[in-house]
Design a protein around this ligand. Sequence first.
Ligand code: 13P
Length: 255
Amino acid sequence: MTKPFEKIIIANWKMQLTIEESVAEAKEMKKLLSKSKLPNSTAVVVCPSFLAMSEVAKVFKGSDIILGAQDTYPGDVGSHTGEVSLRNLKTLGCEYVILGHSERRAMGETDESINLKVKATLEHDMLPIVCVGETYDERKEEKTNFVVIHQIYEALKDVNIREGQQIILAYEPVWIIGSGQVIDANEADRMSQIVRQSYVDAMNGEKLDALNIIYGGSVTAETVAQFTNLEKIKGVLVGGASLDGKTFIDIVNKA
Ligand code: 13P
């Protein structure tokens, strides 16, 4: 069970840091965050690589930083070479799980598998961060709305969100990720309304209280507020600018 937050700032470290580097940045974040006067209605989440998670978990122990994972497998035990279970993630204190990131979709992750992972994550009382977004070609072909609506609908098929549980839908335009450019705030606002309406439709108008929408794609300390100031966007999912502890906490403070 996770309490609802007013702001959610998530670091996705992807495959960028060694274990040693992850521990060093985690320590820096913990130190800087303890000095910042952040309201406890802000969730600060860090998703290291699987390999670094247990060491980073030790650093975050006793701090306000929440541990997240970059993916999972929707089953507890079994012959699944290379996979990592929610059961094991939970023993580390991991609470949030990124699902359906475009970099995983590009490697063959299907809507069906994302849907199974969303259900399993909620069954373990952990919080799914479901990533959706269009590619450059899809946008050019005016399929943006269709793609995002479809991805949300498929991810949430037959999903049961229990009382007190939360879910995050992260709108990340694929063509913006890692580009150094952000989308126009008006467009992010328009997409947040599409995301919200898709959620309402997929959930038959129920569990609106459980929804949190965030934006991702080349967010920096300079640009974060233009998204978090939008009515329907609660936070950001940060890649490149989250790799340096000081830069990430700067984003957290400016959100
Ligand atoms: P960048 O912030 O590096 O564009 O990455 C965004 C992202 O993919 C977060 O999941």
